[in-house]
Design a protein around this ligand. Structure first.
Ligand code: ZN
Length: 279
């Protein structure tokens, strides 16, 4: 058995399993206390021993195994988490080799191996919810770069105003996230029905972000997930919005909803652990 930990901005999921199947799982709030979270993860893996553990964490984080701050959370507006040595806290409590990446990179791995992007060597997983984030697989390899891509913070054309990103205002996340849509429309996204015209602007904003991602990474497939990103209202409008934006200059990638649903990240983390163990 292998272990997976997906640490998101609001909740953390621990799971054991193999070959893309989850055997046992537990879920708890991520909270503001990293030691308390590491304790809960350790309790879970004490009851379910594993050969190795993959960790997919919210970012920004340091996923470079050669770096002195490997596995640390970097600057984050999330209270209690800036500079936290997440991997160190887990490794001090759980006796298993560990490997860490971002939550969205883990989701990209899960979707590529067992979900909607199965067998695809060039794929992007994008989540749109409280924030916007993306993970990429390029020519079959995970793309980290210096730290990791931050697709949610690419700059946007002049489509909308009033963006909510504390760092950049009208960046992709600032305009497309759930809080951004709520601020624009005066009600939470989950209360906006599928036939509401508000989705037209949301789809044009998301398509602008997908346009830049498509032109930069040339994915065959972009999987759009997350609480807001999984809405069928958005998926119905996105292909046409993206095609119109690309204007036939490059072929549009296939757009898909996550085949693994909300489990993409934790299954990707499990898969990372299994790959790590099996070399
Ligand atoms: Zn931003």
């Amino acid at each position: 058995m292998f272990g997976g930990i997906e640490t998101g901005g609001t909740k953390t999921v621990c799971a054991v399993g193999a070959d893309g199947a989850v055997e046992h799982r537990a879920q708890f709030p991520t909270g503001e206390d990293a030691d308390a979270l590491a304790d809960r993860c350790a309790e879970f893996f004490a009851a379910h021993p594993v050969r190795s553990i993959g960790v997919g964490t919210f970012g920004p984080c340091d996923p470079d195994p050669g770096s002195a701050t490997y596995g640390h959370i970097l600057n984050t507006p999330k209270p209690g988490w800036s500079g936290v040595d997440l991997l160190g806290k887990l490794a001090a409590r759980v006796d298993a080799p560990m490997v860490l990446t971002t939550d969205v990179t883990a989701a990209a791995i899960g979707e590529q191996r067992y979900g909607a992007g199965r067998g695809n060597q060039n794929l992007v997983y994008l989540t749109i919810g409280t924030g916007v984030g993306g993970g990429a697989i390029v020519d079959g390899r995970v793309l980290h770069g210096r730290t990791h891509p931050e697709m949610g913070h690419i700059l946007m054309p002049d489509i909308a105003t009033g963006g909510v990103c504390p760092y950049h205002g009208d960046c992709f996340e600032g305009l497309a996230s759930g809080p951004a849509m709520a601020a624009r429309e005066g009600r939470p996204a989950q209360e906006i029905p599928d036939d509401d015209p508000a989705w037209d602007l949301e789809a044009r904003i998301v398509a602008a972000g997908l346009h830049s991602i498509t032109c930069t990474l040339s994915p065959r497939c972009i999987i759009v997930g997350g609480g807001l990103g999984s809405r069928s209202a958005l998926h119905t409008l996105l292909p046409e919005s993206l095609s119109r934006s690309l204007a036939g200059y490059v072929p549009a990638p296939l757009l898909a909803a996550p085949g693994l649903g909300a489990d993409a990240g934790v299954i990707g983390a499990l898969t990372l652990a299994q790959d790590h163990s099996q070399g």
